[in-house]
Design a protein around this ligand. Structure first.
Ligand code: ATP
Ligand code: MG
Length: 598
């Protein structure tokens, strides 16, 4: 077993970094971007020879568990190689992006345990933040575009979108040149400036790279670099009406920030030739310096019973299928956090699944296994009854001398962590037990309560079941039992009576009523959107069940977000939003055993 702090396991990306370090690929690298470009604050990374990775989310939704894989990978590599990982927002689509998402993403990456500060060489003792926005570089990107135009490497195309699509060709047919492809650099420059100055309508023209319309790689058939879009940007407001395409912006951002290893998911593999083309041209033109960054791809995370598309997650939120981005059933980091998953468990999960180039599905059970491995050794224990049935003792005053007697009991807060102390509670004449711990007619192998049988109340006494009360429908309303004297746990008599079953309980006189939210998988199919299926058609109608349970008095001081193991039930967290000491609310994170395989 590995843990989150153990030596990182090897993967092919570490192999690449090791080779690059050995070859001295980035040794002595100096920043040689555009010092005169005051519009961005990345103008002088501290140490351009450091291993630098980046995590580049688009602020158009909340991060999900797939992003966690990329975050743990990028920030983890930087940490392990003494480098730094930048958090960079790819905000090139102003219509879909919002500050709310920027804030949620910053929060989620911090929560996962990562940061982007590094020592500032300009100010000894101070740190600088490597938090960037693509929009920080819009001025540079614009100048780079003019330089490409000047070198005959880009042109303004005024074909309609339809014509452009048709002339692009397909996998079997080469594309054909646009009639605008032969414009001179001067014509192109003038037209591009008109685009910038708002003299052309949205969609009337695009700036395209001039590469090869017959390339077998469709991404090299003169890809678009800039489009016209009158939209207010969350950072730059209405300053621009042209915006760079992601595929153009991204390599430039990497180069300006002196990224060494630009790590992305395999969908971008076919974009790598353009990444290389663009950076090589800009280096040749003197706008960027070598050594430049290189792109490496890995397989995205696919997790069973989970959707990892921001668009589809947004649909779940917008259409009210869940209660917001942080609904504990959501695979967003905000949702996983509220559900009770710890940052350590998610890091452990990401470490265990590893990084490869092979597409595969990971069983959701591995995330729960990581959660259990993290919490088993640290979560305090408590007893809780989630489907309560009253158990009444008919010989209470004979055994204890008074009907109102309360018998003190105790249990370790954690079986292996004495420093967490002792839980104290009392046994009284009535206790709550789980409904399914009683059977009037016990099935074979049932060792809990049934008439004539003895069980131990955990940390309490041995009791013998004598019968039950039922309502008109035949439903059991209470169970009766007698206390077997001198059998209390921890006393010499405890072993005098042998029993085959031990059950959990909470004293009715001191139990705290609590709202307990029992979550289950959000979808009934392991691959909810497989084969183009509408994922909404396989929503699990029973993904959330709310019960009123009774919990041990020690939980009366539980603070929001505190995690516990409810004995025999699983791991629970005091809900971060609705839990209050006076009205406790617990979410079930997961059970004690894997139930996903069922
Ligand atoms: P979506 O398609 O859900 O919007 P995205 O990839 O477009 O996801 P981005 O914000 O662009 O979302 O993602 C930021 C980074 O996270 C990218 O580098 C992307 O490759 C990575 N990423 C996204 N989804 C996954 C995943 N399932 N597994 C691993 N990495 C992922
Ligand atoms: Mg994306």
């Amino acid at each position: 077993m590995t843990d989150a702090t153990s030596k990182p396991s090897s993967n092919f990306l570490r192999g690449i970094i090791d080779r690059d370090l050995e070859a001295g690929r980035y040794a002595g690298r100096r920043y040689a971007g555009t010092p005169g470009d005051a519009s961005h604050h990345a103008a002088a990374p501290v140490d351009a020879a450091k291993i630098r990775t980046r995590f580049p989310p688009e602020p158009n939704g909340y991060l999900h568990v797939g992003h966690a894989k990329s975050i743990c990978l990028n920030f983890g590599l930087a940490r392990d190689y003494g480098g730094v990982c930048h958090l960079r927002f790819d905000d090139t689509n102003p219509e879909k992006e919002e500050q709310e998402y920027v804030d949620a993403i910053v929060d989620a990456v911090h929560w996962l345990g990562f940061g982007w500060d590094e020592p500032d060489p300009a100010k000894p003792g101070a740190t600088r933040s490597n938090l960037y926005f693509a929009s920080d570089y819009f001025d540079f990107m614009y100048r780079a575009a003019e330089a490409l135009i000047g070198a005959g490497l880009a042109y303004v195309d005024e074909q309609t979108a339809e014509q452009m699509r048709a002339s692009r060709g397909d996998f079997t047919t080469p594309g054909t040149d646009s009639p605008f492809r032969s414009r001179t650099p001067d014509e192109n420059l003038a037209r591009f400036r008109e685009m910038r100055d708002g003299r052309l309508a949205d969609g009337a023209a695009v700036l395209r790279a001039k590469i090869d319309m017959a390339s077998p790689n469709i991404n090299l058939r003169d890809p678009a670099l800039y489009r016209i879009k009158r939209a207010t940007h969350h950072n730059t407001g209405d300053r621009w009406c042209i915006y760079p395409m992601y595929t153009y912006a991204h390599p430039i951002e990497d180069a300006l920030e002196c990224i060494t290893h630009s790590i992305c998911t395999l969908e971008f593999e076919d974009q790598r030739p353009f990444y290389d083309w663009l950076l090589d041209k800009l280096c040749d033109l003197g706008l960027l310096a070598r050594p430049r960054p290189h792109q490496h791809e890995f397989a995205r995370l696919n997790l069973s019973y989970v959707i990892t598309s921001k668009r589809k997650l947004r649909q779940l939120v917008d259409e009210g299928h869940v209660d917001g981005w942080d609904d504990p059933r959501m695979p967003t980091l905000a949702g996983l956090r509220r559900r009770g998953y710890t940052p350590q468990s998610i890091q452990l999960f990401c470490e265990r699944i590893g990084v490869t180039k092979d597409h595969s599905w990971i069983d959701y059970a591995s995330l729960d296994a990581a959660l259990r491995d993290d919490l088993e050794g640290k979560a305090p224990r408590a007893m809780a009854v989630l489907d309560p049935l009253k158990l009444e003792f008919t010989n209470w005053s004979e055994v204890f001398g008074a009907a109102g007697h309360l018998e003190p009991c105790q249990a370790p807060a954690h079986p292996h962590l004495p420093e967490l102390g002792t839980r104290r509670f009392t046994l009284g004449p009535e206790v709550w037990i789980e409904r399914d711990d009683f059977a009037e007619q016990p099935p074979k192998g049932f060792f809990r309560l049934f008439p004539g049988n003895k069980v131990r109340l955990k940390y309490g006494v041995v009791v013998e079941c004598t019968g039950c009360d039922k309502d008109a429908e035949g439903r059991v309303t209470a169970v009766r039992a007698t206390v077997v004297p001198d059998t209390k746990s921890g006393t010499p008599g405890a072993d005098a009576v042998k029993v085959k079953g031990t059950i959990t309980w909470v004293g009715a006189h001191e139990a705290l009523a609590a709202e307990v939210r029992l979550y289950d998988r959000l979808f009934t199919e392991a691959q909810p959107d497989a084969g183009g299926r509408d994922f909404l058609s396989v929503l699990n109608p029973a993904s959330k069940k709310v019960v009123t349970g009774y919990v041990e008095p020690c939980l009366g001081t539980a603070v929001a977000d505190a995690k516990f193991q409810f004995e025999r039930h699983g791991y629970f967290v005091a809900d971060a939003t609705s839990h209050a000491v006076t009205a406790p609310v617990f979410n079930r994170i997961t059970g004690l055993k894997d139930s996903w395989g069922k």
